[in-house]
Design a protein around this ligand. Sequence first.
Ligand code: ADP
Ligand code: GLC
Length: 479
Amino acid sequence: MKVLSVAAEIYPLIKTGGLADVAGALPAALAPHDVEMTSFVPGYPSVLQALVNPQELHRFENLSGGPAVLRMGKAKGLDVIVLDAPHLFNRPGNPYLGPDGKDWPDNARRFAVYSETAAELARGSYASYSADILHAHDWQAALACAYLRYRGGPKSLLTIHNIAFQGVFAPETFMSLNLPQEAYSLDGLEFYGNVSYLKGGLDSATALSTVSPTYAQEICTPNYGMGLEGVLQARRTVLSGIVNGIDADVWNPTTDVNLAERFDDKSIDKRRANKRQMEKLFGLEPGDGIIHGVVSRLTWQKGLDIFVSLLDGVVAQGGRVVVLGNGEPNIEQGFRAAALKHPNRIGVTTSYSEPLSHLIQGGADTMLVPSRFEPCGLTQLYGLRYGCVPVVARVGGLADTIIDANDAALAAQVATGLQFSPVDGITLQSALARAAWIYSQPTIWRGIQQRGMASDVSWRRSAQAYSKLYQNILSDRAA
Ligand code: ADP
Ligand code: GLC
C-alpha cells in the first residue's frame, strides 16, 4: 500500500512540536505493515540541505508566482518528495513565522500550493508517482483532501493534531485556490464568512482521525471543538482516535548520547548523574530533593501560566524547578522573574534545545504537563520511558496514557504518574504536593518509575491501528 504523508514539519528535518515527531516516526513504524510511506515536505533550507541523490520528478515554470521543482530522494533516512519552490519555502528558521515572530503574510498561499501539489502528486499527475491513500496532517495539509474531493483521486485520511490551529483566512483567499465555487459552502471551506483550510479538510477527507480517543470525544463538544464541534459531530462515524507512539531509538535512556549517564529500569539510581549535570547547567544548588521538569511550548494550551503563579509556593515547600521552553512573552517573563527571585531553586532556558530536552527527561524527577487541552502529548510519554514521573492534567491524550497514583492504583501497583482535574491552580498545587509526598517514600516512587519505564509507549500498537484504518478506508469500511 502506497501512502503519501503530507505534513508541514517532520523530524529530524524541521520541527516546531509533536507533529514533526509523529510525521517522522510513522514511516518506519508502518513499514512492517506493508505500508510504503513517502513524506511530502516543503523545500525549507534544512530539508534541501539534507536531501541526497534527488531525482527530478517534475518541473513547474510558474507555480503560483515562481518556478518550482518536485525532487524525490532520501533525507536523513526518510523517503521524501520535496517541493522545492524558493519563492514559498526558501526561508530559514520557523516554518510558519517570519523574523518578527508573526505569521508569514503569505501563509495562505504557501500551504494551499503545498496541499494542491500534494493532491496532484497523489492522483498521479506528475511523472511516475501516485498513492493509494493521501494522509494529511493538520491545517497546513488539510486542503489536499478538498482537492481530491473535487478533482477525484485516491482516498484520504486527515489527522487532527491540534484543533486550535485551523488556517482561517479572509474570504478573498478562496478565489486563488482553484477550487469550484461549490466548495465555498457550509459543507466545504466556508467558516463564518471566512475560509477555513482545516474545515475544508474535515468536510472532504474520506476519514478523520486524531491523536487520542479522549481528544476524539472532546473535540465533538463545544468546550474543546473550538467552533468545529458541529462539523465533527456530523462526521463522527468516520472519526477515530489513535494515541501517538514515540520513536524508541531517538528516545532510549540506555543509548542516549545527550545524557551524562545512561540507565535502564534496573539502574534508575544512575539518573542522579543526570540530575547533577542538569543542576549545573541550570545553576541550581545540588541536592536530592524533588525537581519538577518542564519541556514545552509556553502557550495558553499548556497551562504553564498556572504553574508560574505557584512557583513561590513550590520553592517554599523545598521543591526545585527546571524549565526549557519558549512561546508567549508573558509566560516566558513569569518564569524568568521567578528564576531571578530564586536563582538556586528555579532554572529557566527560553531557547529550543533538543539535547537539553533529553537531559531533563533523564534527570528531573517529574515531567509536568498541566495542559488545558492536549490532543496527545509526547513529553509525558518520553517521561515514562526515562523514569521522569509525569504529573499531568486529566485531558485528551494525557488522560489516556497515564495511570494516576491514587490510593487504589498504588495498592494495585499500576500507577505510572499523577493526574489532576479540573485544570486550575488549586488542583495543580495539590498534585505537586502529592508528588512531593510520594517522592519522600522512595520505594513507592521507584515503583511508579519502574512501571512507567516498562510500559509500552512504542508505535507498535498504534501503527497496527493506522494500518487497519488505511485498509478500512480502501475498502470503504472507514465508518
Ligand atoms: P506540542 O506538539 O503541542 O508542542 P507535544 O508534547 O506533542 O506538544 O510535543 C512537543 C515536542 O516538542 C516534544 O518533542 C518536546 O520535547 C519538544 N519541545 C518543546 N519545547 C521544546 C524546547 N524548548 N526545546 C526542545 N524541545 C522542545
Ligand atoms: C499537537 C498536539 C500534541 C500532540 C502533537 C502530535 O502539537 O498539541 O498534543 O502530541 O500534536 O500529535
